[in-house]
Design a protein around this ligand. Structure first.
Ligand code: GLV
Length: 309
C-alpha cells in the first residue's frame, strides 16, 4: 500500500518531505518519479494532470490537499466510485479570515486608491468608512465562511450569511436557499464569495446577482474563478453599480496578461494566495485518513458526491 502525490506545481517535494517526516513508515511517491502504480491506494492531489488518476488500478481514495475539490470533479476520467476527501483545517480557515478582513479594511480606508495615487504623486485625502457603516454578506457558510462570519462579528461588523442549508451562527443573520437570496443581497454592502464551485454555483456572480446588490456594493471573490462571470463584473463596474472588486481567483490561473482586470483601477488582484494549505497543519489529517484506509475504518472529511463538496 502506498500514497502518490499528484500535482503540477513545484510543491511535490515539500509535501513528500512533510509526509515522510510525520510518518516515516508510509510509502510516499511523487507522481514525477518511477513508482509502483498497482501499490497506490491513496492519491493526494492538487490540480493534478487530468486523466492521470486512471493509471492507478487499486486506488481507493482521492484526497484533495486543499479545501476545494472542483478540479477532481472536473477530471472526467478520475475514478468515480471511490471516496474523495478534502481538507478541513483551522489554519486554512483562519488564513482566509485574515485575508478577507484585510481586503475589507483596505476598502473601508481607501488603501488601494492611495496606493494608486502614490504612483502618480497625487495627494488626495478621501472620506473613509467605518465598521458600523457596512453590512458584510458572506455567500457560503462552510468551515471558511463560518469562521470569517464569526471573526467579523467580533470586530463589530453587521454580518449576514447565505447558505444552501440553514446554518445558525451567533449574531449572524442567516439566509437560506434560492428564496433567501434576494433578501440577503439587497442588504449586503460588501459581498464575499466563499462557496464551493459546483454545477449549482458556477457563474453565480453575474449580472442578475449584481443587480440585486445595493448601488455602490463591493464584491470579494476568494472562492473560485468559475463563480464569476468576468464580463458581468466589468459591466457592473462600468455602470458604477458596483464600487469595486477584490479577486483572488480566476478562470485561468495565472491570469492572462491581456485580461482587463489587470489594469482596472477598481479591481484589486491577488494571485490565489488568500489561504493556502500549510503542509505541517494538513499532513496529520492526511496520515490519519491513510491509516484509516489501511485498517478499513471510515474516512474523515468525505465529500458528498451529490452536493459536489
Ligand atoms: C484553495 O483554493 C483550496 O481549495 O484549498
Amino acid at each position: 500500500m502506498a500514497l502518490v502525490i499528484s500535482r503540477q506545481d513545484t510543491k511535490i517535494q515539500q509535501w513528500k518531505k512533510a509526509l515522510k517526516t510525520a510518518a516515516p513508515d508510509i510509502e510516499v511517491y511523487s507522481c514525477l518519479e518511477d513508482h509502483p502504480k498497482e501499490k497506490i491506494k491513496m492519491a493526494l492531489v492538487w490540480k493534478h494532470r487530468p486523466g492521470s488518476l486512471k493509471e492507478y488500478p487499486n486506488l481507493e481514495c482521492i484526497a484533495s490537499s486543499g479545501a476545494g475539490v472542483d478540479f477532481i470533479f472536473a477530471d472526467k476520467e478520475a475514478p468515480k466510485n471511490i471516496p474523495i476527501t478534502r481538507v478541513v483545517d483551522p489554519m486554512l480557515a483562519s488564513d482566509m479570515s485574515e485575508h478577507v478582513t484585510a481586503l475589507i479594511f483596505a476598502y473601508l480606508k481607501n488603501l488601494n486608491q492611495y496606493k494608486l495615487d502614490q504612483t502618480q504623486q497625487v495627494w488626495n485625502p478621501l472620506p473613509y468608512a467605518r465598521i458600523k457603516d457596512f453590512t458584510i454578506g458572506i455567500l457560503g457558510l462552510g468551515a471558511l465562511g463560518a469562521l470569517l462570519a464569526t471573526n467579523l462579528v467580533h470586530i463589530g461588523f453587521q454580518v449576514q450569511g447565505w447558505s444552501q442549508s440553514k446554518k445558525v451562527l451567533p449574531s449572524v443573520t442567516a439566509y437560506t436557499g434560492k428564496t433567501g437570496l434576494p433578501g440577503f443581497l439587497s442588504s449586503t454592502d460588501i459581498l464575499v464569495c466563499l462557496l464551493p464551485l459546483t454545477p449549482d454555483t458556477v457563474g453565480i456572480l453575474n449580472n442578475e446577482l449584481f443587480a440585486q446588490l445595493p448601488k455602490g456594493a463591493y464584491v470579494i471573490n476568494v472562492a473560485r474563478g468559475g463563480h464569476l462571470v468576468d464580463e458581468d463584473l466589468l459591466e457592473a463596474l462600468k455602470a458604477n453599480h458596483l464600487s469595486g472588486a477584490a479577486l483572488d481567483v480566476f478562470h485561468e490561473e495565472p491570469l492572462d496578461r491581456e485580461h482587463p482586470f489587470w489594469s482596472h483601477s477598481k479591481v484589486h488582484i491577488s494571485p490565489h494566495c488568500a489561504s493556502v494549505s500549510d503542509t505541517k497543519s494538513v499532513v496529520p489529517q492526511i496520515i490519519e485518513n491513510y491509516r484509516n484506509l489501511y485498517s478499513g475504518k471510515s474516512l474523515k472529511n468525505i465529500v458528498s458526491m451529490d452536493r459536489g463538496y
